[in-house]
Write a protein that binds this ligand. Structure first.
Ligand SMILES: NC(=O)c1ccc[n+]([C@@H]2O[C@H](COP(=O)([O-])OP(=O)(O)OC[C@H]3O[C@@H](n4cnc5c(N)ncnc54)[C@H](OP(=O)(O)O)[C@@H]3O)[C@@H](O)[C@H]2O)c1
Length: 254
């Protein structure tokens, strides 16, 4: 395929579905993909926050308020998502939770909720949306990994297990679907200030310790994710699949 370099990142004519579009990194990804020309459907539970994302974002957007904990209804969700602009070419699985339960206080319910949302939902929602991507011979799926994919943090038992497993899930999904033009990768953010990391950033010393652990010397800013996200959702990554791209300022390099 011939194109100028700018065309490598152009998402005009593509439809994207972003889970977790009501907040934080998912919201940022949903904005970025819309700015790159995609028609974007955001999914999360909070209808008002999704509407706010839509009103703040130029371009074609739609939202589906849905609780992803309802795993049995993910094919129904895939139908609702596809109703607005057609079947998605791009899926960004950003919805996630971190219960931060100390090891001795981990409950079966907290474990199940975390593993379900962070690990099972990205797979089963992908499985529901892949047939249409396969028919088109083009698709991009981006999962969310973490520093906890390879590092242990306090209170990270179920979250860390889910984020380590998402790396292997990403490789398995890539092995299954890349031959049909569907590239599957994960982004592994360092520390970014969102609702999820409020506890970290509310403690300035802790935030500073994390910043000092990076090679660059600071924590992440939302815009640090834009280039990597665009790369993994576009033609630019056509021979890149099954990878975890750490966007962590070099935290895991030291
Ligand atoms: N922030 C960081 O530094 C960081 C670092 C590494 C990895 N990550 C990963 O990045 C992803 C986004 O995290 P974030 O920091 O942006 O967190 P966030 O601001 O707390 O956003 C989490 C998103 O997940 C959605 N969500 C949670 N439970 C849901 C459910 N049952 N059904 C539907 N949507 C649900 C939330 O929407 P509703 O509440 O409206 O449902 C929200 O949009 C996560 O996978 C996280 O593990 C973040």
């Amino acid at each position: 395929m011939e194109h100028g370099f700018a065309g490598l990142f152009d998402l005009t004519g593509k439809v994207a579905c972003v889970t977790g579009a009501s907040s934080g990194l998912g919201r940022r990804a949903a904005e970025t993909l819309a700015r790159a020309g995609a028609q974007v459907v955001g999914v999360a539970r909070r209808k008002d926050a999704l509407e706010k994302w839509q009103s703040d974002t130029a371009g074609d957007t739609a939202s589906v308020a849905f609780d992803l904990a309802q795993r049995g209804r993910l094919s129904e969700l895939a139908g609702a998502v596809s109703d607005r602009f057609g079947a998605p070419d791009i899926l960004v699985n950003a919805a996630g939770i971190n219960p931060r339960e100390p090891a001795d206080a981990v409950t079966p319910e907290g474990w199940d909720r975390t593993l379900d949302l962070n690990l099972a939902v990205p797979f089963f929602l992908s499985q529901a949306l892949v047939p249409a991507m396969r028919e088109k011979g083009w698709g991009r799926i981006v999962n969310f990994a973490s520093l906890q994919t390879t590092r242990a943090f306090p209170g990270g038992v179920s979250y860390g297990a889910s984020k380590a497993a998402i790396a292997q899930l990403t490789r398995s999904m890539a092995e299954s679907w890349s031959r049909y033009g569907i590239n599957v990768n994960a982004i592994g953010p360092g520390f970014f200030r969102t609702e999820l990391t409020a506890a970290v950033f509310d403690d300035p010393q802790r935030a500073e310790r994390n910043a000092a652990q990076t090679c660059i010397g600071r924590n992440g800013e939302a815009e640090d994710l834009d280039g990597p996200m665009l790369f993994l959702c576009s033609d630019a990554c056509r021979y890149v699949t099954g990878q975890v791209l750490m966007v962590d300022g070099g935290f895991t390099a030291k």
